[in-house]
Design a protein around this ligand. Structure first.
Ligand SMILES: C[S@@+](CC[C@H](N)C(=O)[O-])C[C@H]1O[C@@H](n2cnc3c(N)ncnc32)[C@H](O)[C@@H]1O
Length: 341
């Protein structure tokens, strides 16, 4: 046998029966001496080389026939695509159902009576969508501008109650200008007595210390100025300093006439009307959806969500101090004041 052949035979014996080092309490000197020799790296080299080659081959990512996507990922993507397409199909089918239902409905322009029945569940119904749209912050930013004798019309369940800055005093306004800030009195009005009752009840827990508050079930389109016992001394009590309305123009039969009337009872020089409304979008495709679903939505919820809020404001003749839009243009914010002569 040649040298390499004998070398391989002896190597095999040594590899199969390796010397296990003794790890007892014996001293180093008393340990039995190993009779076998540990093979050197040079002796291992052919096996080592083969092993290294095999290891490198296995560790390398192998190209997959489907362009590198693992079957697991492919299955996940397939299931997701199927779920999404099923859901879209369901949405489209119910959209079509609502559209054809709307075409057969004869919905009156005035749907405001719907709120008498939906008042108890109103908060729960709108809570999630308002959170998703960040409306709490938009309400807060608008309402904190209210000052003096304040009237909120279409108050609903009093969703703005918590944001009012109560107590008239000297200070810096929302633009850091010095002046009179805070609300002296707060009057809440809604056409629905059920809504007014909920606002009143909420005020007792949300703003318990503030006594200059009034609650009335009245039409915003003919609401009167009633500040007896609320107005500041010296004031004739003919006007409100601030009028607030949020999500109200969509629900009333005559939004232009109502805004005109509100302009007449707002203090002519420094008074403001603050609006946060929803209506038509910037986009035709979205307006088509709003238009198609409007009759069923109005019949159920008492709100025409496809109104052009900008056109209503322009037609009212009030002066625009500030205008902003969000959510593809469907949320509108206005700061208005009576027309200046
Ligand atoms: C969509 S809800 C908005 C409620 C509340 N302002 C808010 O932001 O959550 C519309 C409210 O307007 C009230 N409303 C409808 N027509 C009205 C009118 N002509 N005068 C006063 N309130 C009216 C309804 O009763 C309802 O409470």
């Amino acid at each position: 046998m040649n040298a390499s052949g004998s070398g391989r035979a002896s190597l095999r014996v040594r590899v199969i029966k390796p010397t296990i080092p003794f790890r007892g309490v014996q001293s180093k000197a008393s340990r039995p001496k190993s009779t076998t020799k540990t093979p050197t790296r040079k002796q291992f080299s052919p096996e080592l080389k083969r092993f290294e080659e095999r290891f490198a081959k296995e560790a390398m990512p192998q190209p997959r026939p489907n362009g590198g996507i693992s079957p697991r990922v492919l299955t996940f993507l397939g299931i997701s695509a199927l779920t999404i397409s099923t859901y879209c199909g369901y949405l489209y089918a119910s959209y079509q159902r609502q559209v054809s239902k709307g075409q057969t409905l004869d919905v009156p322009r005035d749907v405001s009576d719907r709120y008498n029945t939906t008042a108890p569940t109103f908060d729960a119904d709108v809570e999630l969508s308002e959170k998703a749209m960040g409306l709490g912050t938009k309400r807060a930013n608008l309402v904190r501008m209210a000052r003096g004798d304040v009237l909120e019309v279409s108050c609903g369940t009093g969703r703005n109650l918590e944001y009012y800055d109560l107590g008239e005093r000297r200070g810096l306004d929302h633009q850091d200008r010095p002046g009179i800030i805070g609300c002296r009195s707060l009057t809440f009005v809604d056409l629905s007595p059920q809504m007014v009752a909920i606002t009143k009840e909420k005020s007792e827990t949300l703003r318990p210390g503030f006594k200059r508050m009034a609650f009335r079930a009245q039409d915003a389109g003919s609401v009167s100025v009633e500040l007896d016992g609320l107005r500041r001394p010296g004031s004739k009590g003919e006007y409100y300093d601030t009028i607030v309305q949020t999500m109200g123009l969509c629900s009333m039969p005559d939004p232009v006439g109502t805004l005109r009337h509100l302009g007449e009872i707002t203090e002519p020089k420094h008074g403001r009307i603050l609006l946060l409304e929803h209506g038509r979008s910037y986009y035709d495709w979205l307006n088509r959806i709003l238009d198609n679903l409007a009759p069923t939505h109005a019949d159920r919820h008492g709100c025409w969500w496809n109104r052009d809020i900008g056109a209503i404001v322009r037609d009212s003749g009030l002066e625009i101090v500030e205008e902003k839009r969000w959510h593809l243009g469907t949320t509108w914010r206005y700061v208005l004041r009576p027309k200046q002569n």
